[in-house]
Design a protein around this ligand. Structure first.
Ligand code: ADP
Length: 413
């Protein structure tokens, strides 16, 4: 099968985006002519009892299929069968897919998306040492695609890549220098695809090149991070060597005194695995409230005066405000503030609480305009200097666009 485009075929280019997790595969197929999604779906509980596929073709009814899925290869096969199904499918043949974009969490020193060949695969595999839970599933997905779609080029898009522009004094930790070099310990940052997508979109909405703007993007979901973007480049971001530091999150602790880790290990007799589990899965809003990691539950509990829910909420909001303050200094001002991801897009209350009393910095939002969930909208109050937006993130589209760009650059499309 050749990869050259025949006349007029460009309009039909379709790209498959895959996000492989430890026990799930999310997929989405894009028509790149209109940059629109044709179908998306999820295979969950891979290798576990009760595995199933949920397939949502645009404009058709969704289907749910309970079927054993032993591994990532089987999950990708199942997704492709759904995409080409005579009734529920959106394409006729696998060969209509001209490229596959994979979300890879850790890209080490990769500063952009790359074509997957044996060399890049080796590099991604080496990075497993830094992100064992994250890169392994992506690699399994890549290998499975090589078998199922051997002629379709694949591209890796990294969560860390956008943040590779941070200056050395921002990404270096104040540890013995030799150790940071030996183990590649530095701030990498995550959610890069999302921060880049919403920042570019905000620049479009403002009608100025993003290279001219000072932007702060708040990705507030279950995992949350905040990024300072100067002249189209990530300058600083709240996550670090791992996605653990920065903001208070659903179940992650965010910034804490590192001495607490060794203190607790000693007092509780925890192993490294146990302490990691506590910091990643039992802390944050869940740990403080003792109720839930879901901010909807926290908002509800605050309505009935639950004190620990109030404390968790206030801690979260304060952590975001503190970073906004720090990043305004880092950027030397601010033109645009963006809220995105599950909480940032859907909670008027969180946006209101975060922006409360920041008019002295030029940030002021309009209460009526702010009454919006999951929709793109400018929420700036009349006369406020900083333009504030709610922008639904679309990491999958960003990956599809990057995949197309890499394949075009390599002459594969
Ligand atoms: P992640 O991708 O990090 O798992 P998401 O970006 O999907 O997370 O965000 C999920 C979180 O968004 C939920 O845990 C919930 O707290 C919050 N969320 C989603 N919808 C709402 C809503 N309507 N109101 C308040 N919070 C919401």
């Amino acid at each position: 099968m050749g990869l050259d485009l025949k006349e007029g075929e460009r309009v039909k280019v379709k790209i498959l985006v895959l996000n492989c997790g430890s026990s799930s595969v999310k997929y989405q197929l894009f028509d790149m002519a209109e940059e629109k999604s044709l179908a998306k779906g999820l295979v969950e509980r891979i290798g576990l009892p009760g595995s199933r596929l949920t397939h949502r073709p645009v404009g058709k009814e969704k289907i749910v299929k309970e079927v054993p899925v032993p591994d990532h290869g089987a999950a990708i096969k199942l997704s492709l069968e759904a995409l080409t199904h005579p009734q529920h499918g959106v394409i006729k043949e696998y060969s209509e897919i001209r490229g596959i974009g994979h979300r890879v969490v850790h890209g080490g020193s990769f500063s952009a998306s790359v074509l997957i060949d044996s060399q890049t695969k080796d590099l991604i595999a080496e990075l497993e040492a830094l992100a064992p839970l994250h890169n392994g599933p992506a690699l399994r997905g890549i290998t499975a695609c090589e078998v199922i779609l051997p002629h379709t080029p694949q591209v890796a898009c990294f969560d860390t890549a956008f943040h590779q522009t941070m200056p050395d004094y921002v990404y270096t930790y104040a540890l013995p220098y030799e150790l940071t070099q030996k183990y590649q310990i530095r701030r990498y940052g995550f959610h890069g695809t999302s921060h880049k997508y919403v920042a570019q979109r905000a620049a479009e909405l403002v009608g100025r090149p993003w290279g001219d703007l000072k932007i702060i993007t708040c990705h507030l979901g279950n995992g949350s991070s905040i990024t300072a973007i100067k002249n189209g480049k990530s300058y600083d971001t709240s996550m670090g060597f791992t996605p653990l530091p920065g903001l208070v999150m659903g179940t992650r602790c965010g910034d804490i005194d590192p001495a607490i880790v060794t203190f607790l290990m000693e007092k509780e007799g925890w192993t490294t695995k146990e302490v990691e589990e506590v910091l990643n899965r039992r802390s944050g809003v869940l740990g403080v409230s003792g109720l839930s990691s879901d901010f909807r539950d926290i908002e509800e509990a605050m309505e009935v005066q639950n004190e620990r829910a109030r404390l968790a909420w206030d801690m979260f909001v304060y952590s975001v405000r503190k970073y906004i303050g720090a990043y305004i200094v880092a950027l030397g001002g601010l033109d645009v503030l963006v809220f995105t991801a599950g909480l940032g897009e859907n909670s008027p209350r969180v946006r209101l609480d975060i922006c409360q009393g920041l008019d002295f910095l030029g940030i002021q939002i309009d209460q009526d305009k702010n009454n919006v969930r999951g929709e793109e909208r400018e929420i700036t109050a009349p006369g406020a200097q900083v333009r504030t937006f709610v922008i639904p993130t679309n990491e999958e589209l960003m990956i599809a666009k990057d995949t197309q760009a890499v394949l075009q650059e390599k002459g594969l499309m």
